[in-house]
Ligand binder design. Structure first.
Ligand SMILES: C[S@@+](CC[C@H](N)C(=O)[O-])C[C@H]1O[C@@H](n2cnc3c(N)ncnc32)[C@H](O)[C@@H]1O
Ligand SMILES: Nc1c(NC[C@H](O)[C@H](O)[C@H](O)CO)[nH]c(=O)[nH]c1=O
Ligand SMILES: N[C@@H](Cc1ccc(O)cc1)C(=O)O
Ligand code: SF4
Length: 465
């Protein structure tokens, strides 16, 4: 078991980025549509490693090149999805230092008197949440969870884990009866959520690792079992920064880069689409970000199954990294803009780049749509990861919010399916607007207080911490 530990910032002092490339050459290649190298990306992200800090004139040139590339490759549509986040449990012992979503699993034990603000849902509770959302027109459920020690793939996995001499320390396992609430198995949770034709987007590489721990099952086998239970696609979170020297600092309990890549390949081999992410703006350098882009582009060259790239701006306020003084904040807005722009320019084989209103808010999220992004995520209805980390931008956007925001920047609002293959252009003048692609969607707005609806209150409520 890994727990939060004190870190000395000097412990990880990475070398200052430097390359043999010049900013001007890298920019010229980007403008000409020549495939960029990791060194090129480093120069663009740094607005030149020859100068300290971000140069505002060079930054604008990078953003403009990326915005032009976005217009030429995917046009002026801005997509979004009618989705729901349903996280099953916050119990987790992995101890990632950037995460405040998790609660120590010990606190969930039936005989524990440790207070915690987290939750575990049974499969029946998960199903009820999804059913309510389907009534609102939602057609995607995104479910990511803590690595609860009682979660196993299926009954067979429970037996394998329980057969260890000391399951808690050897395979991070305690039987369900240890806990106040039994989360069921991964297969049971997915079966419960895969209801009414909803698209189930779940099981990050880290969760797939947990669903195979203590066995010799490969990732494809695990994802096939999950697909049989109703899984449609997998979120490429747990990526953080795909460079092991960074992972050793911020998430030493997590799988390494090679394993993350193997899990994504296993998911795709099992016939699933995947997304890709990068969580940046903590201890890493711009060179690490560029290397991360290289890992994603190589993976996509081999597989073609990545539907989108989602930059996740580090939210610092309540995290161990910030509280222990390892970092003094998250990324600046300039860095957010450059990450989106260089993702658009470098990831020439990934069509869609997402801007996140959860991480950046509406105004800056819209700005990111002018830096190379073409997707504005989803309605989500509930948000726990960013909120618990100290995010302040709420947990719900309505279709009317989306249409108003996207038309305000002169772009075309488009409702999409998770895989982007089904799209509906929305006529801004034909409101009020609601989802139409869901199995129970008839264009009715996802409004506050509709009978049977979940917790969304129709406003863009702030985080309550
Ligand atoms: C909270 S985990 C849940 C799923 C699973 N436990 C895992 O790690 O894959 C999902 C992702 O949220 C992101 N995340 C967590 N804390 C964050 C923070 N403070 N700021 C931004 N993103 C964060 C990370 O990228 C992480 O991989
Ligand atoms: N960027 C964030 C997302 N993005 C995921 C989308 O909502 C959607 O599930 C995906 O594009 C597949 O269709 N989700 C969050 O909860 N928070 C974010 O910051
Ligand atoms: N839920 C993740 C974000 C995410 C989930 C699924 C994705 O496919 C992409 C991004 C977060 O808030 O950090
Ligand atoms: S990021 Fe995921 S694995 Fe890491 S502590 Fe948070 S919930 Fe656990």
């Amino acid at each position: 078991m890994t727990t939060d530990r004190d870190l000395d910032p000097d412990e990880f002092g990475f070398a200052a980025p430097a390359t043999d490339q010049s900013f001007e050459n890298a920019l010229a290649k980007a403008r000409d549509g020549v495939r960029l190298t990791v060194d090129d990306a480093t120069e663009l992200l740094a607005t030149g490693t020859d100068t300290a800090g971000i140069d505002p004139v060079r930054k604008e040139a990078v953003l403009e090149a990326a915005d032009t590339r976005r217009r030429e490759t995917v046009g002026d549509e801005v997509t979004f999805v009618a989705n729901l986040n349903n996280n099953v449990t916050t119990a987790c012992n992995t101890g990632c230092l950037f995460c405040n979503f998790k609660d120590s699993a010990h606190a969930f034990e039936a005989d524990s008197d440790v207070d915690h603000a987290g939750f575990t849902k049974t499969p029946a509770e998960s199903r009820a949440v999804v059913e309510d959302a389907l009534d609102m027109g939602v057609y995607e459920v995104c479910s990511v969870s803590g690595l609860h020690p009682a979660l196993a793939l299926n009954e067979e996995h429970h037996e394998v884990l329980a057969a260890h001499d000391d399951p808690a320390s050897e395979v991070n396992y305690k039987p369900p009866e240890t806990y106040t609430t039994d989360p069921g198995t991964y297969v049971e949770q997915l079966r419960a959520m895969a209801v009414g034709g909803v698209h189930l987007h779940s099981m990050t590489p880290e969760e797939a690792y947990h669903a195979a721990r203590g066995t010799d099952w490969d990732y494809e086998t695990v994802y096939r079992a999950l697909a049989d239970a109703g899984l449609d696609s997998a979120p490429g979170t747990a990526a953080e920064i795909l460079v092991d020297e960074v992972r050793e600092v911020i998430c030493p309990g997590k799988i390494g880069t090679d394993d993350w890549v193997a899990a994504m390949e296993g998911a795709m081999a099992a016939g699933l689409d995947v997304t890709s992410t990068m969580m940046y703006g903590h201890v890493e350098t711009v060179e690490h970000r560029a290397e991360h882009f290289g890992v994603i582009r190589d993976l996509q060259d081999r597989t073609g199954g990545i539907t989108e790239f989602v930059p996740l701006s580090f939210i610092h306020r309540n995290t161990p990294l910030f509280r222990q003084g390892v970092v003094d904040g998250g990324p600046s807005r300039d860095e957010d803009e450059l990450v989106v722009a260089v993702a658009r320019l470098f990831l020439d084989n990934v069509d869609h780049i997402q801007a996140s209103w959860v991480k950046s808010g509406d105004a800056h999220g819209l700005k990111l749509l002018n830096c190379g992004a073409d997707d504005f995520m989803g309605t989500i209805l509930s948000e726990e990861i960013t909120k618990r980390a100290g995010g302040e931008y709420g947990e719900y956007r309505s279709f009317d919010d989306y249409v108003e925001m996207i038309t305000a920047i002169g772009r075309t609002p488009v409702e999409r399916s998770t895989d982007y293959r089904t799209r509906r252009r929305i006529d801004p003048d034909d409101g009020p607007h609601g989802p139409t692609l869901g199995p129970r969607a008839d264009g009715t707005p996802m409004l506050a207080g509709r009978p049977g609806t979940g917790t969304a209150d129709g406003s863009s409520a702030s985080a309550d911490d």
